[in-house]
Design a protein around this ligand. Structure first.
Ligand SMILES: Nc1ncnc2c1ncn2[C@@H]1O[C@H](COP(=O)(O)OP(=O)(O)O)[C@@H](O)[C@H]1O
Ligand SMILES: [Mg+2]
Length: 322
């Protein structure tokens, strides 16, 4: 039984009655809750709405993590918690977050906003010709789709993703469910930044080694192998980050996504395409999705290696132009 009074007393954020809150557009649908744009006291929030709440344990956990992330740059900020008591005595709880101006999450951005160019396979060649090897057939006819997000944009997005995970880990928090659906490309004044959302599966951990977890957290395809055995560590996030980056660079990696083995095969096919274009970057990603978590780089190391590869790359290009 959910006890609102105790919940509010223990809540690490200010609590508000949201009876008259105005619901705006649906921002996203997750496995646990829907997120809406809401307006309260003339301020816009993104509200994650937990309907008909029956126990406060999971919610309390998500809020404790949010409290630890107060002031962080790359993790979404929670400002308060709202409640709505309905006539039938059921209660909805609203997690009032900063509203991230975006085109949905990173998955939506890749699918709907990034550039996809249709190609036709005519006389053994693509028409028009493609600039890269990230090309997919939709299975029905001879139409192919070429994913043409510019490399500079991929580099910027990836750098922000790594910085987010690095900041999170420096706050001693494991996210537990890194994927394109749990990252939002926020449009800020003249720049974009990737923010981490959804701390429902996060853990605070003192050790760099494996910890035991109660729920099997993460998402098939992104989840590290040790998470399947109800254990997790900081480097489980690195595995998921590696897979997520492979997805951002390929546009689409999931064909028949269903179990660990099948998904890994699909992700590796995507990784090979990256390796063909950039050996060093491919190597970094391959290390990050090592089956042995001890062989994966830490987030700090990941960022250093990434910056070495891409700053040098830029210098190289400049030199070539000179
Ligand atoms: N602060 C926010 N601003 C804008 N969109 C958001 C925000 N938080 C979440 N979303 C969107 O809502 C979706 C669901 O939120 P999430 O916290 O991941 O819920 P779930 O735990 O159900 O997966 C996300 O995938 C994202 O598209
Ligand atoms: Mg989610």
């Amino acid at each position: 039984m959910f006890d609102l009074e105790t919940f509010c007393l223990n809540c690490p954020f200010p609590t508000y009655s949201c009876k008259d809150v105005q619901y705006g557009k649906l921002l996203g649908e997750g496995g646990n809750a829907n997120v809406y744009c809401v307006k309260m006291n003339n301020t816009k929030y993104a509200a994650k709405v937990y309907e008909n709440v029956s126990d406060s344990d999971d919610l309390g956990h998500e809020l404790e993590i949010a409290k630890c992330l107060k002031g962080s740059k790359y993790s979404v900020q929670v400002h308060g918690v709202g409640y709505i008591i309905h006539d039938d005595e059921t209660t909805d709880i609203l997690l009032l977050m900063e509203y991230l101006v975006s085109h949905g999450d990173l998955y939506d951005y890749i699918q709907n906003i990034a550039k996809w160019v249709p190609l036709y396979w005519i006389n053994n060649q693509y028409v028009p010709s493609s600039t890269n090897n990230y090309i997919y057939n939709n299975g029905e006819d001879n139409i192919y789709w070429s994913y043409e997000m510019p490399e500079l944009q991929k580099v910027k997005i990836t750098r922000s993703m790594i910085k987010g995970v690095q900041e999170l880990h420096s706050n001693r928090i494991i996210h537990g469910d890194i994927k394109t659906n749990n990252m939002v490309l926020q449009y800020k004044l003249k720049r974009q930044i990737v923010k981490l959302v959804d701390f429902g599966m996060a853990y605070s951990s003192e050790t760099d080694d494996l910890i035991e977890i109660v729920y099997k957290c993460g998402t098939v395809g992104y989840r590290a192998p040790e998470q399947d055995d109800y254990t997790m560590c900081y480097r489980s996030d690195i595995y998921s980050l590696g897979i997520t980056i492979i997805e951002v660079w390929n546009g689409d990696i999931w064909i028949n996504k269903n179990d660990f083995k099948g998904c890994r095969k699909e992700a590796l096919a995507g990784l090979r395409k990256i390796e063909r274009n950039n050996k060093e970057f491919g190597k970094l990603l391959r290390d990050s999705i090592s089956l042995n978590y001890k062989k994966r780089p830490t987030a700090v190391k990941f960022l250093t290696r990434f910056n070495t590869i891409f700053n040098n790359d830029r210098k190289c290009k400049k030199n070539l132009q000179a």
